[in-house]
Design a protein around this ligand. Structure first.
Ligand code: NAD
Ligand code: LMR
Length: 328
C-alpha cells in the first residue's frame, strides 16, 4: 500500500461535497491503492454540519480513508495538501451584479491562494470548482506567488462530459464511443463545445449530425445545461459536478488515455491565440502528472469566432477583478 496523500476540499459541507468526499474516499479519484487524508475546510457556521458529514464518512468504513481533518482555517486545511479542490464559493444571490459576485469571491479565493502558497505541498494540484470557476482560479493563482501558475486549474470537465453525453444520445451510441470533444474557454454560457475534431465510433462526429442541429441545438444545450438543472432541480448540479471533479483530478494525477484528450481550464500560454494568463478551457493530454495542450489543431472561422468570444468574456472578468486589486 502507498503512503497516504493529503486531499483538501473546501465547501466540504455543501451539496457537491456530499457527493465528492465519498467518491474520493472510495478511491475513485486517485486509484484503489492510494490511501487519502481528507482535509476539509468550511466556514465556521457550517462546521457542525460538517461534523455530521465526517460521521458518515467514518460510517462508510472506507479502507482507503486514512484520516480526516476539519477546520475553518485555510492554513490548517491546506497544510501539506497534495491536491486541493476549491468548491466553496459565494453563490449569486438575487439582485447581485457580476461585480458583486467577483468581489465576494475575491474575499474567499485571495486568502485561499495565499494559504496554499504558504503551506500546501510544493507540488499541489489545485482545481477550482466554485463559480465563476475560471476567474476564481485566476484570483487564487495570482495570490500564490510561491507556486507555479500551472498548478491552478478550473473545471470545464462537467461541460465536457455534458457535451459527450448529448452527442452520444443524438447519434444513439454509447458515451464510450465519443472521443476528442473540446470545451474551449469559460465555464459559462459563452463556452464553445467544439465537435470539429470529435469522433464517434472512430468516424468524424460532424459527418453524423447536421450542422444546423450542431449550431442551434447542441451548442446552446451544452452551454446552458447548468441553468436547465437549476430550473428542474431547484438547486445547481451537484453529483454530476462532483463526478466531473473526480474525472479532472484523476486524469491530471494518473494521466489521460492514449490517443485521447480531455478539456481542462488552464492558464493560457498563448496557444491558439488565446491571451496569455487567462484560465481557459483547452484540449489537453496528461502524462506523469503534467498536462500539455494538444497542438496544431485546425481552427475554422466558425471556431475562431466562438473561441475569441469566450476569451473576451474571461478578459472582462479578469479586468473586473484587476480593478478590485485581486490580480495583477
Ligand atoms: P453549496 O452552497 O451547497 O455549498 C458550498 C459550501 O461552501 C457551503 O457549505 C459553504 O458554507 C461553503 N463555503 C462558502 N465559503 C467558504 C469558504 N470561504 N471556505 C470554505 N467553505 C466555504 O454549493 P454547491 O452546490 O456545493 O456548489 C459549490 C460551488 O460550485 C458553487 O459556486 C457552484 O456554482 C459551483 N459549481 C460549479 C460547477 C462547475 O462545473 N465548475 C458545477 C456546479 C456547481
Ligand atoms: C453548472 O454548470 O451546473 C453550474 O456551474 C451552474 C451554477 O450556476 O452553479
Amino acid at each position: 500500500m502507498k503512503e497516504p496523500v493529503r486531499v483538501a476540499v473546501t465547501g466540504a459541507a455543501g451539496q457537491i461535497g456530499y457527493s465528492l468526499l465519498f467518491r474520493i474516499a472510495a478511491g475513485d479519484m486517485l486509484g484503489p491503492d492510494q490511501p487519502v487524508i481528507l482535509q476539509l475546510l468550511e466556514v465556521t457556521p457550517a462546521l457542525k454540519a460538517l461534523s455530521g458529514v465526517v460521521m458518515e464518512l467514518n460510517d462508510g468504513a472506507f479502507p482507503l480513508l486514512h484520516s480526516i481533518v476539519t477546520s475553518d482555517d485555510p492554513m490548517v486545511a491546506f497544510k501539506d495538501a497534495d491536491y486541493a479542490l476549491l468548491v466553496g464559493a459565494m453563490p449569486r444571490k438575487a439582485g447581485m451584479e457580476r461585480g458583486d459576485l467577483l468581489s465576494a469571491n475575491g474575499g474567499i479565493f485571495k486568502p485561499q491562494g495565499e494559504a496554499l502558497s504558504e503551506v500546501a505541498s510544493r507540488g499541489v494540484k489545485v482545481l477550482v470548482v466554485g463559480n465563476p470557476a475560471n476567474t476564481n482560479a485566476l484570483i487564487a493563482q495570482q495570490n500564490a506567488p510561491k507556486l507555479d501558475p500551472k498548478q491552478f486549474t478550473a473545471m470545464v470537465r462537467l461541460d465536457h462530459n455534458r457535451a459527450i453525453s448529448q452527442l452520444a444520445a443524438k447519434i444513439g451510441s454509447p458515451v464510450s464511443a465519443v472521443k476528442n470533444i473540446t470545451i474551449w474557454g469559460n465555464h459559462s454560457s459563452t463556452q464553445y463545445p467544439d465537435l470539429s475534431q470529435a469522433t464517434v465510433n472512430g468516424k468524424p462526429a460532424l459527418g453524423q449530425v447536421d450542422q444546423s442541429w450542431y449550431e442551434t441545438e447542441y451548442i446552446p444545450t451544452v452551454a446552458k445545461r447548468g441553468a436547465a438543472i437549476i430550473e428542474a432541480r431547484g438547486a445547481s448540479s451537484a453529483a454530476s459536478a462532483a463526478s466531473a471533479a473526480i474525472d479532472h483530478m484523476r486524469d491530471w494525477a494518473l494521466g489521460t488515455q492514449e490517443g485521447e484528450w480531455v478539456s481542462m481550464g488552464i492558464p493560457s500560454d498563448g496557444s491558439y491565440g488565446i491571451p496569455e494568463g487567462l484560465i481557459y478551457g483547452f484540449p489537453v493530454t496528461v502524462k506523469g502528472g503534467q498536462y500539455t495542450v494538444v497542438p496544431n489543431l485546425p481552427v475554422s472561422d466558425f471556431s475562431r469566432a466562438r473561441m475569441d468570444a469566450t476569451a473576451q468574456e474571461l478578459a472582462e472578468e479578469r479586468d473586473a477583478v484587476r480593478g478590485l486589486g485581486l490580480v495583477k
